[in-house]
Design a binder for this molecule. Structure first.
Ligand code: SF4
Length: 368
């Protein structure tokens, strides 16, 4: 994501307290009525999350965005999510990200220039358009989704990664998976792909730091990207917690490392984590590896039901870029809409959107 300039009007809002903003957000929402639809990702802070008309993970929210008929879709999430909302919604609808600097550090680890270079370098060993399906995690910029669209590739989320990989292997023998190596590896392991057939492409090195033989032998070529939040979880945190509470059930997001996922009882997307823990028996104790805001809300929800939910890391790790969406920015974009002014629109260029849509549609067409 390129650097964004900060408009001066937001400075006035920066002086408002969260409580003042909450009141003004309520008023603005009421005035806008059905013209506005607010989507809130699970990782959002509470003061923003409470205003979401719908909440969910990337897949759920992208489907909701596609079905919405509201004039304005305000996405309380990060930049790639607002791009997906723009691509999936109609030309008349406007996608808005309350703070344009809310990016995703993982998405930024793969850019089009590096992926195109990788594709070209791979072509010195094999014919990538014949042998490799490019698969991008939804946590990526629109131009990478467009790259996948152009090259017979597809988008995946943490919910449907396995189905997407199966779809891909039915078409070509290998996969180039970006930007998150962990989701790729953890999904590949579930499909019984041996670890030595999942090699890591280091985009800072010629030929990804791989030999010709490694590339030829690989089933999956994993981009060397990761989520700065989920990489904080470590196997020793599980060991330490279980030393105190041996009966603990461990559940982790697949953006966590291979070692953490191997030591977990359950591995799945944020929706999967929520659904699984919500069905837990009273008296059970859970250690959860995903973003702090989600875990805190889940812990509060489950406490009255006698289910004990703990965050895996002893240090605070929340998504700092998502945290940039605060009540002040939300208040600003909504009041601007009331005044007839659109601020912080996210708009994907038409051709790029069409090609990205090809890759998104292949995912949405899967029977899941
Ligand atoms: S939690 Fe990780 S992957 Fe998700 S938006 Fe934040 S940095 Fe990106």
């Amino acid at each position: 994501m390129s650097a964004v300039s900060v408009p001066v009007e937001i400075n006035r809002y920066a002086l408002l307290s969260d409580e003042e903003c909450a009141e003004r957000i309520r008023v603005a929402k009421e005035k806008l009525g059905e013209r506005v639809f607010i989507l809130g990702h699970h990782y959002q802070r509470d003061e923003v999350f409470e205003f979401a008309d719908a909440s969910g993970d990337s897949l759920k929210l992208s489907r909701i965005a596609a079905d919405s008929s509201a004039e304005y879709i305000v996405f309380c999430g990060v930049h790639f999510m607002a791009e997906v909302a723009d691509i999936l919604s109609s030309d008349e609808q406007v996608s808005i990200l309350p703070d344009l600097s809310a990016g995703c550090s993982m998405a930024d680890m793969a850019n089009l220039a590096n992926v195109e270079r990788a594709w070209q370098e791979l072509s010195s060993v094999l014919d990538p358009d014949e042998t490799i399906t490019p698969v991008t995690y939804i946590n990526s910029a629109a131009d990478l989704k467009a790259f996948c669209g152009r090259h017979g590739g597809i988008v995946c989320t943490s919910t449907n990664a396995r189905h997407v990989l199966e779809w891909s292997f039915e078409r070509r023998e290998k996969i180039l998976f970006f930007p998150d190596q962990h989701l790729g590896r953890n999904t590949g392991v579930k499909m019984d792909i041996p670890l030595d057939q999942m090699v890591v492409w280091d985009f800072n090195q010629p030929m990804g730091g791989l030999t010709e033989e490694q590339i030829k032998n690989a089933k999956m070529i994993l981009w060397k990207g990761f989520c700065s939040v989920h990489q904080m979880f470590q196997p020793n945190q599980i060991d330490n917690f279980k030393a105190k509470y041996p009966e603990t059930i461990v559940i982790s997001h697949p953006e966590s490392s291979f070692e953490v996922c191997q030591q977990s009882d359950y591995v799945g997307s944020t929706e999967y984590i929520l659904n699984t823990v919500r069905q837990a028996e009273a008296g059970s104790r859970w250690l959860v590896a995903t973003e702090l805001n989600l875990v805190n809300r889940l812990a509060a929800e489950m406490k009255p039901k006698g289910v004990d939910v703990h965050f895996m890391s002893p240090t605070v790790c929340m998504c700092s870029t998502m945290f940039r969406i605060d009540p002040q920015h939300l208040c600003w974009v909504l009041e601007s809409l009331v005044d007839g002014k659109v601020v912080n629109q996210v708009s994907v260029p038409k051709k790029e959107a069409e090609q990205a849509m090809l890759a998104l549609q292949r995912m949405l067409d899967l029977p899941i």
